[in-house]
Design a binder for this molecule. Structure first.
Ligand SMILES: Cc1ncc(C[n+]2csc(CCOP(=O)(O)OP(=O)(O)O)c2C)c(N)n1
Ligand SMILES: [Mg+2]
Length: 729
């Protein structure tokens, strides 16, 4: 049953008041000892008040999940408070240490937040990936299906490529549970968005298979044909300008017949947009709901700063109400500026209570992540690359630890087979939203069988790295959302890790755990040339929070480290991982490491108690390090599997961070000079000790055979010998 509109209107006013007060208190009431601006967004919040009130108090059901645009976090907290999910003591803590976060945060806010937002465009797409992850987990495990996936987004968020990459993926057009609501206030941060874009945007959504709904006018404006026609024809900027005009000026500049309207009615009618009319919004949401075979987008026309003195002003994004303006607002809304957070009463309080009960979710117990074995029993022999080891790994895992393999889901942006996942894909099958015919099933020339169904375990997306990591993040969060841990692994060519990094990092920040495999990597890619050779990714691995980075050289080390990384996924306090792999075949007989050393970050590959120099090598350049050690005679070789873990060890020796101080001490002796070597930027290993010479790649690559390229970049055995001799003298 829909609530009575008058009561809903009262709740709407209360939401506006609370959202404004949360920001006001943080900036103008709470002591600010450092004097650094606190900030917060009253105008962006006001823009969303009506559409969130209508959604939460008249439409939402308990299983639905909502992503709220970053700058409307005060509205979300106000609503959570009214629903009884946030204690009033938090309303004074916006942007305070341990208090309400600036932008909605799943992991840090004290109240329920379905999706973290903050990086515009990513919060918009998160419910799409959430929908896919939910469908996946509900199709494979005993999880109740259902719930709408809703994104409330700013209109300028649609400038972001992330939105369009997601919208264009063919799988997405089938997700009827997805609804986007665009807060169409025609303003972004510093400007009024040029030209009226809604028609063009709607056509773009429709071309991608979405259902579109326009919530443009409230009833007053809908009925005033002359005024409506004038507004329809005017550019964005003119409408925004006229929002700032008093009645006489507005009447004069409109140049249409508004004689039947009093000054007050004229001002109200001119700004009577659908995005601030509760009934129009409810109707719009219902229209979206009625179409279930594809996603819907609702364009809700709004006013940035609605009902505030900053309404519609082009510079209102960060504007804060003064004390006087705040008092005037209190008077207008019937609130008390001196007691802003006092409880609501009457029918509105009762509505909040009822809806609070309706939206209460039952806690889902989390199934434990499966016990991951220490190895999968493979003998690594002959010449093989780490990328080959990766490809074989999943087939071994299926045999040795089926309960673990059952929870593995691999994802790739159109590079599944070229990153050696073919064998696994044949075994596990492709997951898609519903079955698809494999038209090549009877073609004997096809090595990889492309069987698509809703129970496969590999997901192939289009070539959009941002989509890949968006999905990875959500697959990595099912343990906390649906109580079923997944072990998501994404593959990507290593140079494109940089493109995927910000959204992947955001997924980790939001509480999703996954493994990203960057392969092939470095100038070892040889003939592929500079456009595909990654240089900076090893240091990205060190610096990414919530993630452990590995770059093993041998198949055995890969296997140990990868199993260890799988065991850290899908649980509270878990961790993501990044593996940088290579296609260079390496003689596996050279391996001497222990599992303990490999998962700690490194081991002595060639020990020499009398060594006068240490060669510290990571990844594909192990043969060059061994050759140099042989030529030098008085060198030892340390094989590094994780620069990240060794840096943590380095920090731990001075009492910082969570690393293991003994690891580094066991690998290098004080005073013995080090030559470090990797196929990536040399600064990655520059912390290892002193004196040190760091060899690596500092320039863009180019095509060539790897031995030529190693010489060109001075990462060949001869360069190592030269650097070692210089250091020793
Ligand atoms: C990826 C990214 N780029 C830039 C920003 C800075 N920024 C924050 S809000 C904003 C404009 C938002 O406009 P809109 O989405 O229309 O929201 P409104 O404030 O108008 O409601 C920008 C550019 C950001 N948060 N994330
Ligand atoms: Mg906007």
């Amino acid at each position: 049953m829909e609530p009575d509109l008058e009561t809903l209107k009262r709740v709407e006013q209360r939401v506006l008041w609370l959202a404004t007060s949360i920001v006001h208190h943080a900036n103008r009431v709470r002591p600010n000892p450092s004097g650094v601006k606190v900030g917060g967004h009253q105008a962006s919040s006001a823009s969303m008040v009506s559409l969130m009130t209508a959604l939460y108090f008249a439409v939402l059901e308990a299983p639905d999940r909502v992503s709220v645009k970053p700058h409307a976090s005060p509205v979300l907290h106000a609503i959570n408070h009214l629903l009884g999910r946030l204690d009033s003591r938090y309303l004074t803590t916006l942007r305070q240490f341990g208090g309400l976060q600036s932008y909605p945060s799943r992991t840090k806010d004290p109240d329920p937040v379905d999706y973290s937002t903050g990086s515009v465009g990513l919060g918009a797409t998160a419910p799409i990936w959430g929908a896919l992850a939910h469908r996946y987990v509900a199709g494979h495990f005993d999880v109740p299906r259902g719930g709408r996936q809703i994104a409330l987004i700013g209109d300028a968020e649609l400038d972001e490529g992330a939105c369009w990459e997601a919208i264009a993926d063919p799988m997405v057009a089938r997700l009827g549970e997805v609804m986007w609501v665009v807060d169409l206030n025609r303003q972004s941060l510093d400007r009024v968005v040029p030209d009226i874009a809604a028609g063009r945007l709607a056509a773009m959504f429709e071309a991608a298979g979405w259902h579109t709904v326009m919530v443009k006018y409230g009833p007053k404006l809908a009925e005033h044909h002359a005024l409506r026609a004038r507004i329809d024809a005017m550019p964005n900027e003119e409408y925004q300008r006229l929002l700032r005009a008093y009645a006489p000026e507005l009447r004069r500049r409109l140049e249409v017949d508004t004689d039947g309207l009093s000054d007050e009615d004229l001002l109200a009618t001119f700004r009577d947009l659908g995005g601030h009319d509760l009934q129009s919004l409810i109707d719009g949401y219902r229209q979206a709901d009625a179409v279930q075979d594809r996603p819907s987008v609702v364009f809700a026309y709004t006013i940035k700063g609605w009902s505030l003195p900053t309404e519609g002003h082009p510079a209102n994004h960060s504007a804060l109400l003064s004390h006087e303006q705040y008092r005037e607002l209190a008077a207008k809304l019937g609130e008390d500026a001196d007691d802003p957070f006092k409880p609501l009463d009457g029918a509105a309080a009762e509505l909040c209570r009822t809806v609070g009960v309706k939206l209460r979710r039952t806690d889902t117990p989390t199934a434990p992540a499966p016990e991951v074995p220490r190895d999968v029993g493979r003998k690594h022999t002959g010449k093989a690359s780490t990328q080959q080891a990766f490809g074989r790994f999943f087939v071994d895992l299926t045999r040795e630890a089926p309960a673990v393999a059952e929870r593995v889901v691999t994802v790739s942006p159109d590079v599944g087979t070229s990153t050696n996942l073919g064998g696994w894909i044949n075994k596990a099958g492709i997951w898609n939203v519903g079955d698809r015919i494999d038209w090549f099933a009877d073609d004997t020339d096809t090595l990889v069988r492309w069987r698509e169904s809703d129970h496969g375990r590999h997901i192939e997306l289009g070539i959009a790295e941002v989509n890949l990591v968006g999905l990875l993040g959500e697959l990595g969060a099912t343990w906390s959302r649906d109580g079923q841990p997944l072990l998501p692994v994404g593959t990507i060519y290593d140079p494109f890790v940089s493109r995927a990094l910000e959204p992947w990092s955001f997924g980790i920040y939001s509480g999703g755990q996954s493994i990203l495999v960057g392969t092939p990597s470095g100038v070892t890619l040889g003939p592929e040339g500079g456009a595909h050779q990654s240089v900076i990714t090893p240091s990205i691995g060190i610096e990414q929070p919530g993630c452990v980075a590995y770059e093993p050289a041998f198949g055995q080390d890969f296997e140990w480290c990868f199993l260890h990384a799988l065991a850290q996924l899908g649980k509270p306090g878990g961790s993501s991982a990044y593996f940088r792999l290579s296609t260079r075949p390496i003689d596996q007989a050279l391996h001497t490491g222990t599992r303990e050393g490999a998962i700690a970050g490194g081991y002595k590959l060639r020990a020499n108690p009398d060594a006068k120099v240490s060669i510290a090598v990571m990844g594909a350049l192990v043969p060059e390090a061994l050759q140099a050690a042989e030529e030098l005679g008085n060198a030892e070789v340390v094989c590094i599997t994780s620069a990240d873990l060794l840096f943590r060890s380095h920090q731990a020796r001075s009492g910082f961070g969570d690393g293991e101080p003994r690891t580094l001490a066991g690998l290098f002796r004080p005073g013995v000079p080090i030559v470090s070597l990797l196929d990536g930027h040399p600064h990655t290993l520059s912390f290892l000790g002193s004196p040190i010479t760091c060899l690596g790649v500092q320039r863009f690559g180019q095509a060539g055979d790897i031995l030529e390229l190693y010489e060109h970049h001075e990462i060949d055995a001869e360069s190592v010998v030269g650097a070692a001799l210089d250091l020793m003298s």
